[in-house]
Design a protein around this ligand. Structure first.
Ligand code: PLP
Length: 424
């Protein structure tokens, strides 16, 4: 959408591996995983097209509401339960990430209500967190522009500070970051009242916020606080699940021990719009009591999406793409190291196959570079070097297909370095 106000669209018509072609026949290297961090297996995979075509021929769709389901939906739920950490075995399918987050919020509130705590309605999320664009998920999102001018938003949402090492001095003053963040969380819970809070929602590693990695002790300590107050923890893994950051579920790698995990994006690598919410067995059982979980989307558990997701997971497993995110991260780190001397680059962060370059006007004040300037730089990287990277707020994001080759990563980082080096 943003492009409309800034210039003409680049119309993409074809893709293969990490390469796409536009309508004018120009070849572009896609360092964004289809634009939104979601293409794990890369473009143009025949196997996924075949899986979709076979399923459409067999059964294009039937609802998964009430007593119905489809064989592919059940097979995918079983597969996800097998991959998920601990006892997160109950799976609810959605049409995408925002739907998954809203489903998690409803499930958390309903869980408390059915267990006799109807006052637990509040949700804690974080500044710079990204959780989606609808009224529910959009209110949890910590970017003001998302909901500006379209309120009133979802009530009973409170934001806390994110772990953000580069801006630690601004955000936490002299305090040790995790100590500050835990104290702030405790104060927020005390202010609202522990008995009124249903859940906290957070990305294990914040994607849209600019690939923000928490200190190692952050999630274990957050988990301890929440457990002490009976508050559920929702890990929003819409970006991180299925290999983006080098694990099947990043929440497990970060010691989050979540009660609910939300997913989408890499579940199908973008070949179908599908999301999945994984819940602890007990949560699934409680919300299905009485009248059941009266919630769902027409295309929840879509059999074509499920068939595509199964084939996508086959490829991720067979090609060992989850483990491959680490060497790719090393290549990004090495290639972007040359940005250390560039005056408009504040920070470079890489986690697995996700990287962010934080752009500033001034390294001393750390004033963020305005978005149009960041956008102009990414347009130059594309038009002068044939490489697509993504501007988001004041960050330049790279999150390529997990199949991107070492040579392609090298071309990407070389182009970014060349354009940014001249941006001071
Ligand atoms: N959660 C996270 C962490 C995301 O990054 C996004 C989208 O980027 C969403 C939720 C929303 O997903 P969707 O755009 O599929 O609704």
């Amino acid at each position: 959408m943003q492009a409309d106000s800034i210039g003409e669209r680049v119309v993409i018509v074809r893709g293969s591996g990490s390469t796409v072609w536009d309508a004018a026949g120009r070849e572009l290297l896609d360092a964004t995983g289809g634009g939104l961090w979601h293409s794990h297996v890369g473009h143009g995979r025949r196997e996924l097209a075949d899986a979709a075509a076979r399923q459409i021929a067999e059964l294009e769709y039937f609802t998964t509401f009430q007593e119905f389901s489809t064989d592919k939906t059940i097979a995918l739920a079983t597969r996800l339960a097998g991959l998920a950490p601990d006892d997160l075995n109950k799976v609810f399918f959605t049409s995408g990430g925002s739907d998954s987050v809203e489903t998690a919020v409803k499930a958390a509130r309903l869980y408390h209500r059915r267990r006799g705590e109807p006052d637990r309605t509040w949700i804690i999320s974080r500044d710079f967190g990204f959780h989606g664009a609808g009224y529910g998920a959009g209110t949890l999102t910590g970017f003001e522009l998302m909901q500006a001018g379209v309120g009133p938003n979802l009530p009973d949402v409170v934001k806390v500070s994110p772990p953000y090492a580069y801006r630690a001095a601004e955000l936490y003053g002299e305090r040790e970051p995790t100590d500050f963040l835990i104290a702030e969380l405790e104060e927020t819970i005390a202010r609202i009242g522990p008995g009124r809070i249903a859940a906290m929602v957070g990305e294990p590693v914040m994607g849209g916020g600019g690939v923000l990695t928490p200190p190692d002790d952050y999630w274990p300590r957050v988990r301890e606080v929440l457990s002490r107050h009976g508050i559920l923890l929702v890990a929003d893994e819409v970006i991180t699940a299925f290999g983006r950051t080098g694990s099947w579920f990043e929440s497990a790698a970060r010691g989050m021990k979540p009660d609910i995990i939300t997913t989408a994006k890499g579940l199908t690598s973008g070949y179908f719009s599908l999301g999945a919410v994984l819940m602890r067995d007990e949560i699934g059982e409680v919300i299905c009591r009485e009248t059941g979980f009266f919630h769902g989307y027409t295309f929840s558990g879509h059999p074509v999406g499920s068939a595509v997701a199964l084939a996508n997971l086959d490829i991720i497993e067979r090609e060992d793409l989850v483990a491959g995110a680490f060497p790719m991260g090393d290549r990004f780190r090495a290639g972007l190291a040359a940005l250390a001397d560039v005056s408009t680059v504040g920070d470079v962060r890489v986690v697995g196959a996700a990287a962010a370059v934080e752009m500033v006007r001034d390294r001393r004040t750390r004033e963020p570079m305005p978005f149009p300037e960041v956008f102009a730089l990414t347009a130059r990287i594309r038009d002068e070097h044939g490489i697509i990277v993504r501007p988001y707020a004041h960050n330049i994001i790279m999150a390529p297909p997990l199949v991107m080759t070492g040579d392609e990563v090298g071309r990407t980082t070389a182009a970014v370095v060349e354009v940014l080096a001249g941006s001071g």
